[in-house]
Design a binder for this molecule. Sequence first.
Ligand code: DX5
Ligand code: ZN
Length: 219
Amino acid sequence: MKIQVAPSILSADFSCLGDEIRKIEQAGADWVHIDVMDGNFVPNLTFGAPVVSKIRKVTKLFFDCHLMVEHPETYIEDFAKAGADQIVVHAEATRHLHRCLQAIHGAGLRAGVALNPASSLALVEEVLCDADLFLLMTVNPGFGGQKFIPSVLPKIGRLRRMLQQANRKTDIQVDGGINAETAKLVVGAGATVLVAGSYVYGAADTAAAIASLRAGDRS
Ligand code: DX5
Ligand code: ZN
């Protein structure tokens, strides 16, 4: 499966967000990863759908919206209207995960489910065939620039085997502490979508940083 690179704008310079998005587009990014935080599900605040609708005007890149918010079902319509292509909700943040995935699909978008590092794969076992992507957090969500948690690696492998047994080629996304070294490890374990914030935006050569993340691709 082809590896997709999704730079996270959390590490971008927000005073010139449009330029920061054009920069990753020109450097070969596949998706824009958009981190929405509510100061409740995670101990940090970012932005909501109005910002997404503004940046929608500057690029045609795929908008991957990672909702780190309680009750994500409340915001699906807003993000769909704002121009999201995919909405990823945390299994820990909604009481009705299946209904939430149905609502995202109903809005015409791809639907993903995220799990924190300490959350068991059992939380997604019953919706294995209802999501287009599973996001396994490789840091505790809330902040950019944290250290990769290596104990998530076997979890990626277990999820890939669960999906194979169900005959599904669903994307496994990883998010947190991804750089050229950790990218090889997660791709080897079965990840197909790599989110990287500080590694991409902190690099002097953005295109080289994005290319280095793809280096672990075996396809
Ligand atoms: C963390 C966010 C990430 C963050 C990753 O809560 O979900 O998307 O931007 O940042 P890095 O790549 O710097 O760990
Ligand atoms: Zn994220």
